[in-house]
Design a protein around this ligand. Sequence first.
Ligand code: F1P
Length: 349
Amino acid sequence: MHHMYREIRETPEALLKVKRKMEEIREIAENLVEKGIKRIFAVGCGTSYYIAVGGLYPLIKYSNIDVYPLPSSEFFLNYLNKVDSKAAVVGISRSGSTAETLEALKRANRRGGLTIAISCNEEAEMLEIVDKSFAVKVEEKSIIMTKSFSTMSYALSCLSAHYLKEIEIEEGKILVGELEKIPDVSKITLEKGEVAREFAKKFVEEGIRGFIYLGSGPAYALALEGSLKIKETSYSMSEAMPTLEFRHGPMALLGEKIKLVIIALEGDTLEVTLRLIQEVKEKGHAPFVLTNSDKAAEVEGIYIPVGLNETLTVPVMITPLQLLAYYYCVSKGLNPDKPRHLVKYVGRF
Ligand code: F1P
C-alpha cells in the first residue's frame, strides 16, 4: 500500500490528536484577545499556505478583524510594514523547517509581532522561535501532504473559532460546539470519498489532459489544495480559482480535454455555484462536483451531506479530493510516493 493512501486513511485519528489538545488552542486564542491583536497573518508554503487560506474563514465571515492568508515568501517580502505589536503571525508548517516560513516568523519577531506556530512536528525548530505554538505528532512518510493538511487546517479553524468565542461573537459558541464533531465527520467523508476511484479511472479513459478546480469562500482553499494534489502526483496541468472567476476568460478552455472540478458548499456561495454548474452544462461540459448540498447532489460527483458550518468543512471535505488525486495518479501508472522533483520540505531559499 502506498504511504499516501495509508496516510489519507489515517486522517480521522490525526484529527482526534488535535481535539484532545483543544485547551491549548483555546489558550492561544485567549492570548490573542489579551494582547489586543488587530490583524492576523497566517503564512505557509505550498499546501501549508492553502491551510492558511481555509483556516481563517471563521474570522473572515464572522468578525471584523483584518486577516491576511499569505505565502510565507510574499509575507516577508511585501507585508512586513503591517507588522507591529498589534499583529499576530501564524506560521503553518508540517516539518517546521521550511526556510521561507522560518524567515517570515523571524522577521515578524523583529518587528514585535506576536508569533505563533502550528506544526505536525513536536521537535520542529519553528517551535523554538515563536511566542506561542501548537504541535501534534502526525508523521507522514509521503512527501505529499494529506492527513497533515486536515490536521493543521483543523487546528487553525479551532483557533479562529475559539477567538470568535473569546470576543463573544455569537457564531463563536456555535462553531466551537461543532468542532467536537469533526474527527467523526472525517470518517464519513473518508468512506464516501472512496468512490473517487471510479471517477479517476473514468478521467483516464476519457483522456482528460488538465483540470480546473473551482471553489468560493472556504471551498476556494479546497480548490487550491485539490488542484495541487493533482499537479504533485500526476504531473497534469491543473489550476484553481474562485468559482465565478471562471467566467472571465478561463471559460474559453471548455471544449479542450479538461475536467472542471467544482466544490459546492451549503452556505452563502451555493446559489451562484449552482448557476455556474448549469451554465457549463449548457455549454456541453460535464463537471465533477464535490458537494454537501442535496441541491447539487444530482450532478455527477460526490455528495456527502456534511452538517457543518461551511467555514469548518475544509479539514474533512479535502479527503475526497485527496483520494481523487491518489486514484488518478495510480490509474495513470504513476507512483504517488515518488513525486518528480519534490522534497519533504524546502530548507533554503
Ligand atoms: C511545505 C511544502 C509542502 C509541499 C512539499 C514541500 O512544507 O511546500 O506544502 O507539499 O512537501 O514542502 P511544510 O512547511 O508544511 O513542512
